[in-house]
Design a protein around this ligand. Structure first.
Ligand code: 5RP
Length: 234
């Protein structure tokens, strides 16, 4: 990541912080942009802001603990005011691709439990159609090959082809916080996003996928010309 991109992520995170009010219950995303948000939030907490956060990954939880951000769990606090999270792609209607950082399952559960989700990113994440970024799909380890074939067949029914690859880390299949694996599907442009999301959900070995539809209410994008916001309703 260049210094410029990092600076843009910090600007987007700073703009999102303006939406945080005292007493809020927050969902805290995962990834480098979310990390900047957590760092800025921690500074406000140190100054006396009272909030409580639900982290979407062990990585975010660890950072929050290091920085003194008060945490709760979704079991203790099942309804959240606001989730702030990054994305790999932001498409029309604020449909997102997420999961590049491997936290998509918890991210989706937390976003769905929140009244609002603000997605923060540098402007390079904005796309005309989702699919340039390989779609992360979280799968159960049991029957992995069969699930991969079923994903491939689902893609074909939608005219989507391309490599479907098991994500690796240190020479071994990547394991999510939930103990599953991730398959990255390089389908390219995904036109019927909602219908394809439903198709993936119907595959038994698919735990969750990285298409986030109807969850984000606002995008805060930082670019060279400043901050741009996109409302899901617009
Ligand atoms: O979905 C995610 C993690 O599962 C991240 O939000 C996404 O990968 C964006 O990350 P970054 O802010 O580092 O670009």
């Amino acid at each position: 990541m260049t210094e410029d991109t990092k600076a843009l992520k910090i600007e987007a995170a700073r703009a999102a912080l303006a939406n945080v009010e005292p007493g809020m219950k927050l969902g805290l995303g995962t990834g480098s942009t979310s990390e900047e948000f957590v760092r800025l939030l921690a500074t406000r907490v140190a100054e006396g802001l009272e909030i409580v956060g639900v982290p979407t990954s062990i990585r975010t939880e660890t950072l929050c603990r290091e920085l003194g951000v008060p945490l709760t769990t979704l079991d203790e606090t099942p309804e959240l005011d606001l989730t702030v999270d990054g994305a790999d792609e932001i498409g029309p209607g604020l449909a997102l691709v997420k999961g590049g950082g491997g936290a998509l399952l918890r991210e989706k559960i937390v976003a769905a439990a929140s009244r609002r989700m603000i997605v923060i990113a540098d402007e390079s994440k904005l796309v005309e159609a989702l699919g340039r970024f390989p779609l992360p799909i979280e799968v159960n380890a049991f029957g992995l090959r069969a699930t991969m074939l079923a994903i491939e067949a689902a893609g074909r029914r939608f005219g989507l082809t391309g490599e479907i690859r098991l994500r690796m880390a240190d020479g071994k299949p990547f394991v999510t916080d939930g103990g599953h694996h991730i398959v990255d599907a390089s389908f390219g442009r995904i036109p019927a996003t909602r219908a394809f999301a439903d198709e993936l959900n119907a595959i038994p070995g698919v735990v969750e996928h990285g298409l986030f539809i109807g969850l984000a209410s606002l995008a805060i994008l930082a670019g060279r010309d400043g901050i741009r916001t996109i409302d899901a309703q617009s």
